[in-house]
Design a binder for this molecule. Structure first.
Ligand code: UDX
Length: 456
């Protein structure tokens, strides 16, 4: 599509967490590169505590979640947070639309996270186009869709579970809200509620690409779903667009030069990158098993241990590992994954992490914790075949021997070579999907064309 300036102004509203802000922010940058104006609103608390990682072509706005001083941590419960976010968030969103109304760039479209379904009501009230932006895979969304519409009855009465278009699933492959009945009821209600609004949305976008997600076809028939991913800037994918490396707003502080300098001294494919994303909270025992396995294996490792998790590391761990490993509180994950030194991503299987690994051709070892991660891990091992999923013991822990075994499987031998080959195949397909004329690029063009009023 010709990169012409259009009057269209899209306004993006992510759910306020790292794994939801990153893909929507990246997608907005993509829309800007297609000629639209894009704004992204975070909560006031997030806005005040974070900085964009680099200068951005986006406009940043704020809404209130009702917890302006402390964000989520200030809320009495998940339920209370979600309720307040919906009521106060909707009101402040409406205020922003009104504020923009008589400017040169009134808002033409709200792209909202379906975790925040009331945003669509606000868009409708003002006669604005409303697009839902799903941050998880088609497979996971399809499972929730089946539950929401009563097509899959809970609790699961028998296994394996058959859902059209999906591989045969065992209970452990289902999202944790289903496999562990009663866990996080407020979140479960939220993921199911996504469909009460998205069924009425003017467009439904999802951060995946057609070739990757075998369900995209059936999902798009049922839910009009348009895969537009991976949203990862092309800078990281194939280093072609030099100034397109703005990929997120970070909730955590990182110093990329520390990781880069260290990784640059390591041979190609020799380092395990271990990270459990922005939300997971591991037990002391699990941290200990990971620490022993990483220290005991024959490979270098870079481990992201968030500040809130540091106290769980064994005593003197950092001193004892010497130059074998590097422990940091946060990193620029795309930079790390695109470093040639990385040979394996030991991950919690958050969707962004998996999509980033697949798009950058990095084999993975999955230690899923909760929510959609279990289903993603199933796909990593059995559908995309880019790695293994570690076995969990009856006590809920993945033990050190199992971690060491899985690391060897991915880093060494015939299976390791196979995983790398497959990962490279997905990387090539990801690049193709996002390049001009690729499946996601065409879908983005189709979306952009709805707001194609030339800026006269
Ligand atoms: C959560 C869920 O776990 C995930 O499955 C869901 O799809 C979104 O919400 P999170 O646990 O944070 O997200 O994991 P993930 O989806 O992997 O997102 C983490 C993001 O933070 C990624 O974009 C990753 O690149 C970034 N990150 C992570 C960093 O930049 N640095 C780090 O050190 C770790």
């Amino acid at each position: 599509m010709e990169n012409q300036a259009y009057r269209g102004h899209v306004f993006a509203l992510p759910y306020p967490s790292q794994g939801h802000i990153n893909p929507l922010l990246q997608f907005c940058n993509r829309l800007v590169s297609k000629g639209l104006k894009a704004s992204l609103a975070t909560t006031l608390y997030i806005h005040n505590t974070m900085q964009p990682q680099s200068s951005s072509s986006l406009q940043f706005d704020t809404i209130s979640d009702g917890y302006d001083e402390g964000g989520f941590a200030q809320a009495e419960s998940i339920h209370a947070y979600l309720n307040r976010m919906e009521t106060i968030g909707s009101k402040t969103l409406a205020d922003l639309i009104i504020k923009n109304k008589n400017t040169a760039n009134p808002i033409d479209c709200i792209i909202y996270d379906p975790f925040l379904p009331r945003a669509l009501e606000v868009a409708k009230k003002f006669g604005i186009f409303g697009a839902a932006f799903f941050t998880q895979t088609c497979a996971v969304n399809f499972i929730y869709y089946h539950v929401h519409h009563g097509l899959l009855k809970l609790p699961i009465a028998s296994t394996p579970i058959s859902i059209p278009g999906l591989p045969v699933l065992e209970l452990e492959d289902m999202p944790s809200y289903i496999s562990v009945p009663g866990s996080y009821p407020a979140y479960f209600e939220m993921v199911l509620n996504q469909f009460s609004s998205s069924d009425k949305a003017d467009a439904v976008l999802t951060n995946t690409f057609y070739e990757l997600d075998p369900e995209a076809d059936s999902m798009s028939k049922v839910c009009r779903l348009l895969p537009i991913g991976p949203t990862i800037p092309s800078f990281y994918l194939d280093k072609r667009l030099e100034n397109d490396n703005d990929y997120g707003l970070s909730l955590f502080v990182s110093d990329s030069s520390v990781c880069n300098n260290w990784l640059n001294t390591k041979p190609e494919g020799s380092v395990i990158y271990a990270s459990f994303g922005s939300m997971a909270c591991l037990t002391n025992k699990q941290m200990e098993e990971l620490a022993f396995a990483l220290k005991g294996c024959k490979f270098h490792f870079l481990w992201v241990v968030k500040a809130s998790e540091e106290a769980k590391l064994p005593e003197k761990f950092v001193e004892e590992i010497g130059n074998k490993g590097l422990v940091v509180q946060w990193c620029s994950q795309l930079e790390v994954l695109s470093n040639k030194a990385i040979g394996c991503f030991l991950t919690h299987c958050g969707w962004n992490s998996i999509l980033e690994a697949l798009s950058l051709g990095v084999p993975t070892m999955g230690v899923p914790q909760w929510t959609n991660q279990t289903t993603n891990a199933k796909y990593v091992q059995d559908v995309w075949k880019v790695g293994v999923r570690a076995k969990v013991c009856e006590n809920g822990i993945v033990e050190r021997e199992e971690i060491e075994f899985c690391i060897k499987e991915v880093m060494k031998g015939e299976r390791g070579k196979d995983f790398l080959e497959k990962a490279k195949k997905w990387r090539d397909l990801a690049i193709k999907a996002g390049s001009e004329g690729g499946s996601s690029d065409k879908n983005i063009d189709e979306f952009v064309s709805k707001f194609k009023t030339p800026n006269l």
